[in-house]
Each structure stands twice: as C-alpha cells, then as structure tokens.
Design a protein around this ligand. Structure first.
Ligand code: LLP
Length: 412
C-alpha cells in the first residue's frame, strides 16, 4: 500500500490531493505522509522483534518536529549528532533513555546538555572525546554510559561522501587500536563502557557489508570480554538503503533476519539508527514549472525548487524520480529539470524523460523525505520551503514557509 498514489488522474498524499496542498501552501513544498512514516517504522522495528533491541531513528535525515513526534509516539528512540538535535528530540517528547549521541565533534557544551538530559549513551569517536566526557561527567557528578565507535574498515559500496567505515574516513577509532581506548574508558572516572558502536555508511543496497562489519565487531567483542570488559549494547548504526530508481535494497525484514541469525543468543541489546529507510520514501518535494527553455543542445524545465531545497542531485549526483502532479499524457522528451539558482550545479534531474510540462504546472520529486529539507539552505536568499504532514485527510503545517522577514530577522 503506497501513500503517494494517483487517483482519478492526480497525485494524492494519503487522502489529500497534492494540488489542494499546492493551492493552499504554494511551492516549493515538502509533503510527508504520516501513515508511511508509521508503516516504515513498524516494518523496521518489527524486523528485530526476536532480539532485545532499540530502534533509534536518525534525526539528521528529517528533523521536523511533527515527524519526530509521529515517531516518538510509536516508541522510537533517536540517534542525535548535535545539541540542536537533542533539543528537538526532547521537544518531541522522546524518552532521554532512548537517545544515543553520535558524532566526531561534540563540543563541551553539547556534552554537558546531553549529560543533564540523561541520555542513554554516548557513541564516542576519539580518545580526546572520551577524556573530555570523563572530565565533564565527573564535574557534574554523573557517569556516562559509552560505546566506542569502532571503524571496522569495511567497504559499504556506496557514494564516497556517505561511506564512513573505511580506514581513511574520519569516523570512529581504528579497530586494531581500540582495545587500549576501552582500557582507558575502564580507568577514567565518569564514564563506563557498556557497548560497541559502528556505522559504515548510508544508502547500502546489500546486507553483506553489514554482516562483514558485524563479524569484525563480534571478534573485537570477544577480545574485550577476554580483557574483562563486558559490553551489553551493540549499535550497528544506520545505512539501510531505499529504492530511488532501480536499486533493489533488502527489505528491513531480510536485514532483521540476517542480524538475528548472526547474533544468535548473545546477551546484548542491539541498537539501530535508521534514517533514510524510515523517511526517504515518506516525503515528496512539490515544485512548479516556471519556464521551459530550448537551447540547441537541451530542453530545460525551469522549476521553483532548487539545490537550496534539495541538494542531493547536485552533491551526490543522486536520482530522484520526478512525475507530474496531474499527468496529461503528453509524449516524453529528454529534459533537464533545473532550479533558478546561479550555478550550473543547480539541477534536480538531467537528461530525464519527462513530458513537456507547461509553466504553472506542478511536478513531484519523489523520495525526498530524507536529507531533503534538513540539508536545505537560504542560498540566493531563497526562503526555505514549507513542510506539510498529511495524516489521512488531516493536513498539518509541520513548518510554515519562511518569509522575507525571516531571511533578515537575525541580521543587522
Ligand atoms: N547513524 C550515524 C552515525 C550516521 O552517520 C548516519 C548517517 C545514520 C545513522 C543514518 O543513516 P541512514 O540510515 O539514513 O543511511 N546526506 C546524505 C546521507 C548522509 C548520511 C550521514 N550519516 C544523503 O543525502 O544521501
């Protein structure tokens, strides 16, 4: 059951025609489906039902408060990477004991905020961070539960910018030199090592790199156990891919089965940090064609959404399906769908088969729920898009459109 589908010749978000949303809220417009968020969370979480586990949605993928609230209401934990994400997660009503904090550059103030909030665990990425956490926790009279992020040196076979578990990446601690870091964590006051963390990359379309990393992590865990260090948590990060175009990523249930089998009855709680797989296909970006333009070499559709709204095509050369909101049945041409920004890198699609849409018509950019709005900016002084959450026939303005006043509100 899909929640963005065509009924009577036009695109719906659940029970609401997208054209109705456009008429009320304008474009560019992010539209999310609450039912899809819930379905994806349930599918993912239930895949691990046979294991003690905690699903910590990765806030960076889509941090809108209404999205976080929808997931928090289902019992989701959250994976955060900044003080700002902590603030959002708490504002959405997430139980602090279900929050894990990852990231290579946590500042002292952010560490302090998370300690005061009483989060479940810090995923520590360097010995410098471990020492700082120890000092701050000691000063506050607290003890932080930590997992050290281990870099297993596994190739996730994804885009280089979103590969994180290779030796050359900035993330985590080298697996061959991490035992000493655990020994240090045992000695330092204010920190207790309770788990092992790893995250190898994003948009993985096969399970084998996860299993390869897990093998290495479990062998590492045996060494820790031999040193007398018991770990109760194993955090495998996020990274399960979604279908944008012709990828065939494993279903969460396959992922769950494979991990359940690999973990057997080890006495650990598995933590997962899915982002994209929960929200990616729960959102679309709706845009209006402003002009069409023909040059001797190309046909362009110039739309009112741009790289400041959705940077993924420009940054990763990523594919997002684009369809008409009201398909008119015209023949397809090969077009570039581009935005108004003053850069040639400002495109949503290149050499794409699309009908010759006319100015004023609307297009939906699919799979835009993850790393869409969260990576958006005000470049070219473009107010950021509004975000709408549809739940059945209910329409929630999850974020109002920015105004020109908003653009200069913080400046003098
Ligand atoms: N946990 C950690 C520690 C992460 O760094 C990430 C993503 C996740 C979990 C969630 O990964 P996911 O399940 O969403 O793959 N902007 C890029 C993706 C960057 C991913 C960064 N880390 C994109 O648009 O493709």
């Amino acid at each position: 059951m899909h929640h963005f589908e065509y009924r009577g010749g036009e695109l719906y978000a659940e029970d609401v025609p997208v054209s109705t949303l456009v008429a009320a809220y304008g474009t560019p417009l992010y539209v999310y489906s609450a039912a899809t968020l819930r379905r994806h969370f349930r599918a993912f979480d239930s895949a691990f039902a046979a294991l003690p586990h905690l699903t910590c949605y990765s806030v960076k993928a889509n941090s809108n408060l209404s999205v976080l609230k929808t997931l928090a209401a289902m019992g989701a934990g959250m994976d955060i990477v900044s003080g700002g994400e902590l603030y959002r997660a708490l504002a959405a009503g997430v139980d602090p004991q279900k929050i894990v904090y990852s990231g290579v550059g946590k500042r002292a103030s952010e560490i302090e905020e998370a300690l005061k909030a009483g989060i479940l665990m810090f995923n520590v990425e360097s010995t410098g961070e471990l020492e700082r956490l120890s000092a701050i926790a000691s000063r506050l009279g607290k003890t932080a539960q930590v997992s050290l992020r281990i870099n297993p040196n596994v190739d996730p076979k994804t885009h280089p910018y979103i590969s994180t578990g290779l030796k050359k990446n900035k993330f985590g601690l080298d697996i061959d030199h991490s035992l000493a870091a655990y020994a240090k964590a045992m000695e330092l006051p204010g920190v207790t090592p309770v788990g092992i963390d790893c995250h190898i990359g994003s948009q993985l379309t096969s399970i084998s790199p996860f299993l390869e990393a897990l093998d290495k992590i479990l062998a590492f865990r045996d060494k820790l156990t031999a040193m007398g260090i018991e770990t109760r948590y194993l955090d495998l990060g996020g990274g399960l891919g979604i279908q944008y175009n012709e990828e065939e990523p494993p279903h969460p249930s396959e992922f769950g089965q494979a991990l359940t089998k690999a973990l057997g009855d080890l006495p650990i709680t598995l933590i997962l940090e899915p982002g994209r797989v929960i929200v990616g296909n729960a959102g679309i970006l709706v845009t209006e064609a402003v002009y069409t333009k023909k040059t001797p070499s190309k046909d362009f559709i110039i739309v009112d959404a741009a790289m400041n709204d959705l940077i993924r095509p420009s940054l990763y050369d990523s594919y997002h399906a684009i369809r008409e909101v009201r398909p008119a049945g015209r023949p397809e041409l090969s077009v570039d769908v581009v935005g108004p920004i003053c850069e040639s890198g400002d495109f949503l699609a290149r050499d794409r088969a699309l009908p010759a849409v006319a100015p004023g018509e609307h297009l939906a950019v699919f799979s835009a729920g993850a790393y869409g709005f969260t990576m958006s900016s005000n470049y070219n002084s473009r107010p950021r898009a509004a975000e709408i959450l549809v739940d059945g026939d209910e329409v929630i303005v999850a974020r109002r459109r920015e105004s020109y006043d908003d653009l200069i509100a913080l400046e003098r």
